[in-house]
Each structure stands twice: as structure tokens, then as C-alpha cells.
Design a protein around this ligand. Structure first.
Ligand code: DAH
Length: 341
């Protein structure tokens, strides 16, 4: 019977072509060719009605079988091709996810900046605000307003760098005390961290440019007890442990009384070592009760208000923390040094 042969032939041809088809695109073409709307198979099925009634079941059955078997062949080849594609991809684009990744170098903050941010966190958590002042100051803010008049011997303590037009590069951050009291009325709680400059011959412990943190607290009934409490809280937070402190008398024209604050040497625990020069104590900062003259000049009434102030070197604090023995390393831009932090 012609039609049955035609069907078998179609299956045969399809099988041959599918077997050698090399891509999914080609396979899709074959599907259209053999099973699509315009395929021979479709027209055979459509023509079923025109066949003599006794032939219809047989032809119908055979063509359905043929259709199914072509579909199966297509599916099988599809699976094979997909596997092949996947295998080549797997080889070509193999990624060993257990291999250590490429390390990208990223920078980090300078150890002094890290300390600065830590101190700002510590003090803001105690209700202090952060104040700023210029690095090129005026004689008034750097000396005069701080109770250091022109002929005062204290001016010799600080070897100053002057601009050609006669302004000092600030020798300390204490000037920000004045600027803060001019701007705000008590109660005042403020710190200021920044660079200061001295006309200095540099060595392992002296730099011409270094950092200080200045603090000021002015309110009614502020006493030395408040000063000690705030200093201890700060040092404890910086060094992450209990610290002992002691005050020794110290002279600074803008405070009265003035003190040097020492902390027990954390390296030897107070027994005495090279770092503390066998005293068991390390000098940390200068501080005191704000001098009435300073308050008066900044329009704060010393009969109503009192306050404490302190000034501390940041570089030395960082040096103590990491046991750095040369202050000049901070500005050396030496990566072998900087990459350790
Ligand atoms: N300004 C002083 C200095 O540079 C440090 C200092 C001492 C600051 C006592 C203060 C203070 O606020 O009360 O050496």
C-alpha cells in the first residue's frame, strides 16, 4: 500500500537526518520538516478522511506511531546535543570555586586618623561636640586670649612658625577653646582634634607637625573631680582596660590650677621599665581648671561658671598603643610602616 510505504520512508529519512544533525537549530528545522504544519506527515493525517474507510484505521495507527517515533528521535538527539554543549562549556569555562580568589589591595586609614575617629566617638558618647579652628591662627587666639601676653615668658616655651604676614601656625589646639566660648554659651562640652606646628629640630620624639586633642567643659560647679572622671573614662576607652591616673602640678598660663596627668605604665603595669623610664608612670596630657582671665575674655562670668580644659598629643598616644619608637614615621609615607595598621 502506497501510503504506508510513504510513512515508513518518512520515518527512515527522518532517522537518518536526525542522526547526523549537529545543532539544536538544525534539529528544530528537522522537526518542522517532518512534523510541522506543512509536513508530509501532516498532510497524510489530514488526508485520512479521503481514504477508503477500511484503510483509515491502519493508516491512522501507522502515522501516529511514526509521529511518536520521530518525536522520540528528536527528543533523544536533543538530549545528546544538549549534553555535548554542556560538556564543552564545562571544559571551556571551568571555574574552580575552591581556588583562592584574587586579592584586591585596598587602602586603610592612617593610624592617627583611626585614633582621631576613636577619640571623637568616645567624647561624643559623653555628650561632647566636635569643634574646629584654623591652622593658621592669629596672635590673639594662639597666645593673647589664652593668658599669654606678648612679654610673657611662656611664649618661649613654644617655638613658633610664623607666616610672612605675622600670623602664627597654631602651636596647640588650645585656641579652639577661645573660639568655642565665643560662639557658644555654657554649658559647653567640646573637643577639637587637629594639626599643630612647632619650629622644632626633629628627632625620634619631636616633629614640626603633629596632632593634638583639646577638650573643654564649662558649666556651673565644674571641678577637678569632673576633669579626673572624664580623663579616666577616655583613657579606659582608648586602652580597653582599667587605668590608674595621677595629677601632678603643671604650669600652663591658661589654667589655674594646672596639672600634668600621668597614667600608670601599661607595659610594665607600674613596676618600672624603659618606656616609663623606671617610674611606673607615663605623662599623658596637660590639663587644669580654665583660668578666670580666659573665661572673662571670652565673656563667660567666672563667678557663675567654671570649667576644665585639657590638651593631649595624639601621636604619642598612638606611639604608646603600638609601641612605635619614632614619631617621624607618621609622616614618612613609608608603606612598610603604614601597612602594619
Ligand atoms: N596647649 C598645651 C600644649 O600644647 C597643652 C594643654 C595644657 C592644653 C593644659 C590644655 C591645658 O587645655 O589645660 O602643651
Amino acid at each position: 500500500m502506497e501510503v504506508l510505504k510513504q510513512i515508513d520512508k518518512l520515518v527512515q529519512e527522518a532517522q537518518e537526518e536526525i542522526a547526523v544533525s549537529g545543532s539544536l537549530g538544525k534539529l528544530e528545522e528537522l522537526r518542522i520538516k517532518y512534523l510541522g504544519r506543512k509536513s508530509e506527515m501532516t498532510s497524510i493525517l489530514k488526508g485520512l478522511g479521503n481514504l477508503p474507510a477500511d484503510l483509515r484505521p491502519q493508516v491512522g495507527k501507522r502515522s501516529n506511531k511514526a509521529k511518536t517515533s520521530i518525536e522520540q528521535m528528536l527528543q533523544k538527539r536533543n538530549d545528546e546535543l544538549s549534553d555535548e554543549i554542556f560538556n564543552t562549556l564545562r571544559e571551556d569555562e571551568f571555574v574552580d570555586i575552591t581556588e583562592p580568589g584574587t586579592k584586591y589591595e585596598s587602602g586603610h586609614l592612617h593610624p592617627i586618623t583611626q585614633m582621631r575617629m576613636e577619640l571623637e566617638d568616645i567624647f561624643t558618647s559623653m555628650g561632647f561636640t566636635i569643634a574646629t579652628g584654623p591652622e593658621v591662627e592669629t596672635d590673639y587666639y594662639n597666645f593673647e586670649a589664652l593668658n599669654i601676653p606678648k612679654d610673657h615668658p611662656a611664649r618661649d616655651i613654644q617655638d613658633t612658625i610664623w607666616t610672612v604676614d605675622g600670623n602664627p601656625l597654631r602651636t596647640h589646639t588650645s585656641c579652639v577653646q577661645i573660639r568655642t566660648m565665643e560662639k557658644f554659651k555654657p554649658p559647653i562640652r567640646a573637643i577639637s582634634i587637629g594639626r599643630v606646628f612647632r619650629y622644632e629640630e626633629t628627632d625620634a620624639s619631636h616633629e614640626h607637625t603633629f596632632y593634638q586633642v583639646e577638650g573643654l567643659m564649662v558649666d556651673r560647679n565644674i571641678s577637678v573631680a569632673n576633669l579626673i572622671a572624664v580623663m579616666r573614662t577616655m583613657l579606659k576607652a582608648v586602652f580597653h582596660r582599667e587605668v590608674k591616673t595621677r595629677l601632678r602640678p603643671g604650669y600652663f598660663p591658661f589654667v589655674e590650677p594646672g596639672f600634668e596627668l600621668d597614667m600608670n605604665c601599661l607595659l610594665c603595669g607600674g613596676k618600672g621599665c624603659q618606656v616609663c623610664k623606671y617610674t611606673g608612670w607615663n605623662e599623658m596630657l596637660g590639663c587644669g581648671m580654665v583660668h578666670p582671665n580666659v573665661l572673662k575674655r571670652s565673656k563667660v562670668d567666672p563667678d557663675e561658671y567654671s570649667g576644665f580644659a585639657f590638651g593631649m598629643g595624639l601621636d604619642r598616644l598612638v606611639m604608646m598603643r603600638y609601641q612605635i619608637n619614632d614619631i617621624r614615621l607618621f609622616h614618612s609615607a613609608d608603606l612598610r610602616f603604614l601597612e602594619q595598621f
